[in-house]
Design a binder for this molecule. Sequence first.
Ligand code: PMM
Length: 283
Amino acid sequence: MQMDHPVVMGILNVTPDSFSDGGKYTDVEAAVRHGIELHGAGADIVDVGGESTRPGAQRVDAGTEIARVVPVIERLARAGVPLSIDTTRAEVARAALEAGAVVINDVSGGLADRGMATVAAEAGCPWILMHWRGHSRRMTELAVYSDVVSEVRAELLERVGEALAAGVDPAQVILDPGLGFAKTAEHNWALSAHLDVLVGLGYPVLFGASRKTYLGRLLAGPDGTPRPVEEREAATLATSVLAVAAGAWGVRVHDVTATADALAVWRATGSPRLRTVSASEKE
Ligand code: PMM
């Protein structure tokens, strides 16, 4: 699949309980309409998910996940929309690929279901390996690092090693720092500031900050109340442009129109790249 950098991935959660768009697209018609809208607005790929990964979320079974995503994927694929399947389950990924998805987006990087590597290797499709330490229920207690950037780098490399050993083509590997997954706001900011470390691994890097809690905290009102989810778009755009300027291959976002506009500005400015300032230069 040929996709020009930077890639815009539009988010389509077919779940009743995702933190940002939960409940909006649970009926197939509404989900298909929104997927077509995202594609029309400039999404290179639409990411369909049937299980919420927000902190503390309860898991659904594979059958429920498949029943949520497959009818939507079938219809959108028929309409010519390139699709990824956001799942940690091999069984769901397989059903989604059969229904017409062309990319696996696995927030567990293959850790949650060791069968995922076989599905990805057999399909020969791109596989997004996100940094992850455990399911949503346990995410908060797992957010412990002495050096988040080097630990995320090392843990992602382990995931890549396992994927390649299972026969996955290195050209199909895409990495993702997993903002908000077993990470505090401080961890997310450190990973954003040092995205070049992950980019330097040589694999495309996807960056997914869209509307996440740490942006709400950054923009909290004087009484400490986090900025509501629907008012985090300007901050999301800033993270997306900075990530692309730091070398990210793509961004995963809710508001595709605004993202496409912001990236048009970045392109018109000559696609500038951030220069990493080393510690010695700072002193
Ligand atoms: N974040 C969420 C879900 N899936 N996939 C990737 N690759 N990267 C992410 O950061 C990511 C993801 C959670 O956010 P959502 O509830 O808005 O989908």
